[in-house]
Design a protein around this ligand. Structure first.
Ligand SMILES: [Zn+2]
Ligand SMILES: [Zn+2]
Length: 259
């Protein structure tokens, strides 16, 4: 397998992932992972969304479930407990507190504002794409995040690769290099195959055009399974497919665990 550590794993607590915590651990061991990091969608203290992230009141139970599994599977796999979360400057202190409770935070900027269910998973306007780029840069500058998940998230339902997409990719590449923050090649959507867009068939992500621009910057990259189902951890071939998709871009892949 091309990478035996994965820091991007969800649990049922976010409301859109399935399986028990233990099933994720067992699948990771079976697949050959040496390190499995849980990074469920982090809670927002004043905003609930049962279909998108856990509640603030679930933090302790989440962390103790992973601690108990680490005891049970000690010697077989190393477990870590973190959160994947958005960054908003007005919630900076809350993110600092969240980080102090766990092993690490991953930056995953899914929505424009914290208090609604609005996400970037649609055909975004140029303004939305540039907002995404700016928000990601603010998150990278905060220094709170171990890495940036799916930098190309806005390409998920994006019909065309516009100038705004190129500008967002440039902003992110530059800031990731400046802050030395690794970028994730997200393989979550590989299993479902390519989808039809105005510009043809492609994976929702990783998106080649976006990565072509990121690759011009001195950034380090790693794969993230973004498992929402334990069986996704068994699909180690998806890492190879993603690698082949971006092979000729000369990306610098991280080979040793970063946590
Ligand atoms: Zn999710
Ligand atoms: Zn995720």
């Amino acid at each position: 397998m091309i990478q035996d550590f994965n820091y991007h794993t969800h649990t049922y607590r976010c409301g859109h992932a399935v399986g028990s915590d233990e099933e994720y651990v067992q699948a990771a061991i079976k697949a050959g992972y040496k390190i499995l990091g849980f990074s469920d969608h982090g809670p927002k203290r004043n905003f609930s969304n049962p279909r998108s992230h856990m509640e603030w009141s679930q933090i302790d139970e989440y962390l103790s479930s992973i601690a108990a599994l680490q005891e049970k599977y000690r010697g077989q796999i190393r477990l870590l407990a973190g959160f994947e979360t958005e960054y908003y400057p007005q919630l900076h202190d809350e993110k600092v507190e969240l980080k102090s409770r766990c092993d690490y935070l991953l930056l995953g900027q899914h929505s424009i504002v914290p208090e609604t269910t609005s996400s970037y998973f649609h055909n975004n306007t140029d303004e939305e794409i540039l907002t995404y780029g700016r928000q990601v840069c603010q998150g990278l500058e905060s220094g709170l995040f171990t890495y940036l998940c799916h930098p190309d998230l806005i390409m998920y339902r994006q019909e065309r690769f516009t100038d705004a997409c190129a500008q967002a990719a440039e902003m992110i590449g530059r800031k990731a290099a400046e802050t030395n923050t690794p970028l994730e090649i997200n393989v979550h959507r590989i299993a479902k195959g390519k989808s039809e867009y105005a510009e043809g068939l492609r994976y929702p992500y990783p998106n080649r055009e976006f990565w072509q621009i990121l690759a011009r910057y001195p950034v380090r990259c790693l794969f993230g399974v973004d498992a929402h189902d334990p069986s996704q951890l068994l699909r180690t071939e998806d890492l190879e497919i993603a690698k082949a998709e971006l092979e000729d871009l000369g990306l610098s892949l991280i080979e040793q665990p970063i946590l």
